[in-house]
Design a protein around this ligand. Structure first.
Ligand code: NPW
Ligand code: ADP
Length: 261
């Protein structure tokens, strides 16, 4: 199937908790984002993860831990079981980036690989890996000029998904989500208020929550990117990306119960 995902599809796929759900069945997402160089990226990725409704967020990164729990007290600092991991946002020049990505891979769960971890892709990626490059990062990965990516983002995403045998969400004004089997869909689009530093970190966190809930990588990417775009449409204006993420639940509610809006 091709074309733009619909709001109806997103609502139908949304992981609504059942009466018997608990935090582990809803999905635990491990966030390895941020660093001493980019502590804000940890908070941004966590805000995106929480806004999409996880059972639990575990913080696995190297940003100051007090900063994390001071801002988000529901986040668990203890390591333990996770059903998906977000790796790479705001790693910057971390010297242990390679071991961090290996550790994430050894958990054998679906991964979101973002930002600086995209430079370290291994030859074999696990099933349900979601890569979330912007055009600059994808150009670097494919060894082409950025203009080529921007000239045909759909073709670039499809090429990358085939090359890396992973699902690729190419970020930008048009956001294709391509699967290794050659299929591609577009996320819903929204106003460019989202085009600001940190929106990508928020998006990676939201993708992680949806992967942890058990969604296939393609759907997780389409849903998270569309949620961010719909939020900017519903709350247009210069809201910082974590503030946009704090409005995600209202937008999800609007998708699930449109009559009550
Ligand atoms: N608060 C925090 O802690 C934040 C932390 N962050 C963290 O900062 C780190 C560096 O991330 P980064 O994306 O700024 O740099 P990098 O990957 O070297 O870009 C390379 C080149 O690509 C281009 N380019 C960039 N974006 C583009 C786009 N959307 N669409 C198209 N092209 C684009 C651009 O090329 P130019 O236009 O300059 O030619 C740029 O020079 C990373 O760890 C990230 O997670 C940020 O998330 C912000 C908030
Ligand atoms: N023109 C645009 N219209 C709408 N959204 C955009 C536009 N350009 C970029 N975005 C959004 O901004 C974000 C950019 O991600 P990224 O460049 O990785 O940011 P950062 O690394 O600073 O967090 C993505 O979430 C993308 O959806």
């Amino acid at each position: 199937m091709t074309g733009v995902v619909t709001a109806g599809e997103i609502a139908a796929w949304w992981p609504v908790p059942g009466a018997e759900s608990h935090k582990y069945t809803r999905g635990v997402v491990g966030i390895d984002a941020g660093s001493p160089q980019y502590p804000g990226a940890a908070l941004l990725a966590i805000s995106g993860a929480l806004g999409a409704g996880p059972g639990m967020v575990r913080y696995l990164g190297s940003a100051p831990r007090d900063l994390v729990v001071g801002r988000f007290p529901s986040v668990v600092l203890a390591d333990g079981q996770v059903q998906a991991v977000v790796a790479g946002s705001g790693w910057g020049a971390l010297v242990d980036a390679g071991p961090r990505l290996r550790e994430a891979l050894e958990r054998r769960v679906p991964l979101v690989i973002d930002a600086d971890a995209l430079r370290l892709l291994p030859a074999d990626l696990p099933a349900e890996t979601l890569l979330t490059p912007h055009a600059g990062e994808l150009a670097r990965l494919l060894g082409v000029e950025r203009g080529e990516i921007e000239a045909d983002p759909v073709a670039a995403a499809v090429l990358a998904a085939g090359r890396f045998k992973a699902t690729v969400l190419l970020k930008g004004a048009v956001q294709p989500v391509a699967s290794p089997d050659g299929s591609v869909r577009l996320a819903l689009s929204g106003p460019a208020w989202t085009a600001q530093a940190g929106s990508g970190d928020v998006l990676a966190g939201a993708c992680g929550t949806l992967l942890a809930a058990g969604l296939p990588a393609g759907r997780a990417g389409l849903m998270a990117a569309s949620l961010q775009a719909l939020t900017a449409s519903r709350f247009p204006g210069p809201y910082p990306p974590d503030v946009q993420a704090s409005r995600f639940p209202e937008v999800v509610w609007g998708l699930l119960a449109p009559d009550q809006q």
